[in-house]
Design a protein around this ligand. Structure first.
Ligand SMILES: CC(C)(COP(=O)(O)OP(=O)(O)OC[C@H]1O[C@@H](n2cnc3c(N)ncnc32)[C@H](O)[C@@H]1OP(=O)(O)O)[C@@H](O)C(=O)NCCC(=O)NCCS
Length: 152
């Protein structure tokens, strides 16, 4: 399917986020209810990418001053590995007016997300040891960041 048919849409209201249910059926990250509640906060900015009203992916940020932290990024399972996350991140970076730096936290074992972020120019800037609980014990959180001028 040509990517030209993909559209970026801001998530502003609870009814916008209802559209995203198919992305959040099975998530080990924040729930859609938690993310939807964030929309009431002035620091929250979020977008989704859709193809003819079929949601492909969503990204949620918490913005403070010139810095935006990714709270969640999620691509519909059957749309993965086709460049959707890359296109959504690039489009949302362009939409983040006034932001110079994007930061995030990712599970050390999330090889897909780490590979994506590294490919987009994010660098490791720290870690939180044993931050996440897993079925096997604990897992580190890695902190990453990128300066947007380096992605443009
Ligand atoms: C991580 C995630 C967002 C990637 O989305 P995606 O649309 O598949 O990513 P893209 O197609 O844009 O991938 C770009 C590059 O990232 C890397 N990458 C993505 N998925 C990968 C995987 N499963 N294994 C290894 N590398 C991967 C590759 O370098 C890929 O380029 P390539 O396909 O040309 O090799 C998606 O797997 C997802 O939603 N995972 C569950 C939620 C999650 O973990 N979110 C991140 C929270 S921090």
């Amino acid at each position: 399917m040509p990517e030209a048919l993909e559209t970026l849409q801001q998530i502003s209201t609870a009814s916008d986020s209802t559209m995203l249910n198919p992305l959040y059926k099975d998530t080990d990250g924040p729930s859609l209810a938690f993310l939807t509640d964030l929309l009431a906060q002035p620091f929250c900015r979020a977008w989704y990418l859709h193809r003819e009203h079929h949601p492909l992916a969503a990204v949620w940020y918490q913005c403070h001053s010139d810095c935006a932290e990714i709270i969640d990024l999620r691509v519909r399972e059957d749309e993965r590995r086709a460049g959707v996350a890359t296109r959504l991140l690039r489009a949302s970076f362009d939409a983040l007016d006034g932001v110079d730096k994007v930061t995030l936290e990712v599970r050390a074992g999330n090889t897909a997300a780490r590979a994506l972020y590294e490919r987009m120019g994010f660098q490791n800037v720290g870690h939180r040891a044993d931050y996440y609980a897993t079925s096997q014990g604990r897992e580190d959180a890695l902190l990453m960041s990128v300066l947007l001028r380096e992605t443009r």
